[in-house]
Design a protein around this ligand. Structure first.
Ligand code: PBG
Ligand code: ZN
Length: 327
């Protein structure tokens, strides 16, 4: 009996203080980025059916929400614009008085100490709901990246702190970088949605951003969920083209990809816990099947443990609030 050879790993788990001392991964409020959906009008705050607690809001309410984020200790928000009018070529997306451009200007004027990141893609702005210019049934690459660069420039001119292209066209990072640099925005970082999968987890977002494709799908530009080596090629390409931060999306089902990306490139790495992940946890919590606070902390800590330096999540405010209540 005395010489039994085993290690007592439980020694460091017997009480909460010791457990806390040996914890390897800790979530911080400053890791969190909060997505916001901006619509035209005033005093609008419309809940997204499949995303309880997430709203489409007019600029006045967005500003209140941004101030709340700052008070809660959140570093950054990610803005999505939903225009009143959509057309074939997504005009509002690169209009200097478009919804997102006006929102950014207002936030920068009214809110201090908040990093404003803008999502750059055309699907919320086009009548067909595709991420670019469509000819026949093809989403045209090179025509689209010119417009994305125009859009990015208007965001930077409005005061955006970071530009986040989410379209998955080839060459967009290089094109956006060149456009920003030529116009004096060489200091504006690019956070690229570099490994973005064609995912069913985006379902609820399409309701939030009203950007569902009217025909076809996004499989000709977003990645196949069976692939991980390819994600490394996507990330490498975006880094070469000038991305400052690279993103993997979705997060929870792609922890292996996050891990490999961080190991391989050592870049500032973001992960997007997307609408479908949020919706699943919310739904289970509503049914009383999962504990909401615990599951959000566990899921977000796992994403960080895999290698994410920052996490885009609809839980950001809830988590920050909850962390504030803890010791
Ligand atoms: C736009 C975009 C999408 C998301 C972020 N930017 C939708 C899509 O690609 O279909 C998804 C975000 C989420 O599901 O929370 N291209
Ligand atoms: Zn898109």
């Amino acid at each position: 009996m005395e010489n039994l050879n085993f290690r007592r790993l439980r020694r460091l788990r017997y009480n909460p203080i010791i457990r806390d001392m040996v914890r390897e991964t800790r979530l911080h409020k400053t890791d969190l980025i909060y997505p916001l959906f901006v619509v035209n009008g005033t005093n609008i705050k419309k809940e997204v059916g499949s995303m309880p607690g997430v709203f489409q809001q007019s600029i006045d309410n967005i500003i209140k929400d941004c101030n709340e984020c700052v008070e809660l200790g959140i570093s950054a928000v990610l803005l999505f614009g939903i225009p009143d009018k959509k057309d074939e070529v997504g005009s509002d997306c690169y209009d200097e008085n478009g919804i997102i451009q006006r929102a950014v200007r207002a936030i920068k004027k009214e809110v201090q100490n908040l990093v404003v990141i803008t999502d750059v893609c055309m699907c919320e702005y086009t009548s067909h709901g595709h991420c670019g210019i469509v000819k026949g049934d093809e989403i045209m690459n090179d025509e689209t990246i010119e417009l994305l660069a125009k859009s990015a420039l208007t965001h930077a001119q409005a005061g955006a702190d970071i530009i986040a292209p989410s379209d998955m066209m080839d060459g967009r990072v290089a094109t956006i970088r060149a456009m920003l640099d030529e116009n004096g925005f060489m200091k504006t970082p690019i956070m690229s949605y570099a490994a973005k999968y064609a995912s069913s987890y985006y379902g609820p977002f399409r309701e939030a951003a009203e950007g569902a494709p009217k025909f076809g799908d996004r499989k000709s530009h977003q990645m196949d969920f069976g692939n991980a080596d390819e994600a490394l090629r996507e990330i490498e390409e975006d880094i070469i083209e000038g991305a400052d931060i690279v993103m993997v999306k979705p997060a929870g089902a792609y922890l292996d990809v996050i891990y490999r990306v961080k190991q391989m490139f050592g870049m500032p790495t973001a992960a997007y816990q997307v609408s479908g992940e949020y919706a699943m946890y919310k739904a289970a919590a509503r049914l009383g099947w999962l504990d909401e606070e615990k599951i959000m902390l566990e899921s977000l800590t796992a994403i960080k443990r895999a290698g994410a330096d920052m996490i885009l999540t609809y839980f950001a405010k809830d988590v920050a609030r909850w962390m504030g209540k803890q010791k």
